[in-house]
Design a protein around this ligand. Sequence first.
Ligand code: F6R
Length: 617
Amino acid sequence: MCGIVGYIGTRPAVSILLQGLKRLEYRGYDSSGVAFVTEGGKVEICKSEGKLENIQKLLNPPGQAQLKATCGIGHTRWATHGKPTTQNAHPHRAGHVVLIHNGIIENYQELKKEIIERGHKPLSETDSELFGFLVLDEMESGLGLADSVRKTFTRLQGGNSVVVMSEKESGVVVGVRNGSPLVVANDPEGGAILASDAQPILEFTRKVIFLEHGDLVVATKDGIEVFDLVSGKKVDRKSTELDWSVDKLDKGGYPHYMLKEIYEQPTALVDTMNGILDKMSTVPFTLAQQPGIQILEQASEIHLVACGTSYYGAMEGKYWLETWARMPVHVELASEFRYRKPVFRPGSVVIGISQSGETADTLAVLREVRSHKIPTLGITNVRGSSIVREADAVFFTSAGPEIGVAATKSFTTQLMMFLMLSGHLAKKRNPGMVDELFSDLVHLPHLVALLLEDESGFRKAISSAAKALANSTGFFFIGRGYSFPIALEGALKLKEIAYVHAEGYAAGELKHGPIAMIDPSITVVVLAPKDQWRDKTVSNLEEVKARGAKILGIGTAGDHLLERLCDYWIPISQSTHESLMPFFLTPAVQLLSYDIAVLHGTDVDKPRNLAKSVTVE
Ligand code: F6R
């Protein structure tokens, strides 16, 4: 959702802001803007609805003031209060105060009334602009910028982060994190950079500070200082050295980030495995000691809570935790769970799964559950994200930055994390049972790489099927057992990036209603590798075939019986433990959706209406 960048230093601010906003585009936005301080201390604002290119055009050719500016702020807005118009785009000006904002000011109506009564005239429909007037009034009464921001910020209700400048103090940029994340770093050449995530900062340094909830940062040409928002006292925040490299932020020769990220899955799986295994141990599934392990080991039942693709990751996790660790597991949609009255038993543990670590519903569940003293864990891909604050302990996947809005490698690394946790618990409860699984798991990333590299078999089969089926009026993805969550994920991928209607179903459920939809304009994608469920799935397939649907099969190479039933066939020739088949099925459904989306000409990396991290309810 909204992206924030701020810079003060010695380099050209506007190009840094534009480049930073480009890095944040993946979060989803519908308008953007920058503000920069001219040599005379005045602030100029340039903003527009639509894509970032619109403001790039407006800023071209650059004037002298723009070229010389070394301080400024920039924003990409994902509309919540007010339409995505130029007027509502950030930065907003209130007199000499200029600001950008991410979050929702929940008491904005009451603040708006007060501000209008004081004689101010807000120009936009946003809640954000109101904060500027509050700061302005404090500065007019004699306070400095940082103190004014501090004093007024405490009046805001809801989760909000802001970055503010003033023409009265043109050498200062003040930021507050109180909800949505804010990352800051000293520019090694002098000055500082602030952003909603680390990606715009990696160009300058890998040493970043993830501000904590309730931190206020003052950035000047001399660097950053962090203060406690409430007490105003200086606080010491340790910096984190990121292992993400800047080349991960480029497309690396691929036409889309999503495709690149699909192909990065083998590396991401290895990194995730290495990130959690105890490297000194040769015993399968021995995980490095960390606070989360203890909580997990004491659990007698687990609630997995997530949204979207992460929810499907959790569904897959349930199969493994039940099968391998014999752990009772409940899988819950965060948006439902948070408003239910769930029953917890002694030993219940709640795990929130969120690749971004910022999903509002998932965070709200953890916050609520933790307040009742139920132990909580998180699984995320983003160090420093809000889930780290909301859960008692967090397990990190190591997918690296994922820029395509549609989750790909962040999903498969969640699967890897669930397998590692399941294996660890199973090892404790059933020593010996997991050895075979582990030895296949060690080879898994290599096998996934081989599958992806199989241009003439696997990849060609997918692109031919995509070409033939792209114009189907609808798709059903079906599977049983380990393949069922991947069927759901396949349908979601197709919907979100190709805008094609698709549904995922447990294969055994089709005859309970959806089969009425089946006719020759419908494609059924059947996920049926050779496993304990394959024969049952094939029977379900016969039922839809008899009713004229086109069938695309994804199964084990050499399964001629199944292949003959299918109109199109994607073979998986890698053989492995049946628990690990989801790691091969997933790239198949990802690439199928990708190819269909490209054929439909959609914006694959930034599908319409979607945001990478959903920070509102
Ligand atoms: C789909 C997708 C979304 C997210 C969902 C939850 O490709 O990415 O469905 O999975 O918005 O996001 P996180 O995992 O960040 O909580």
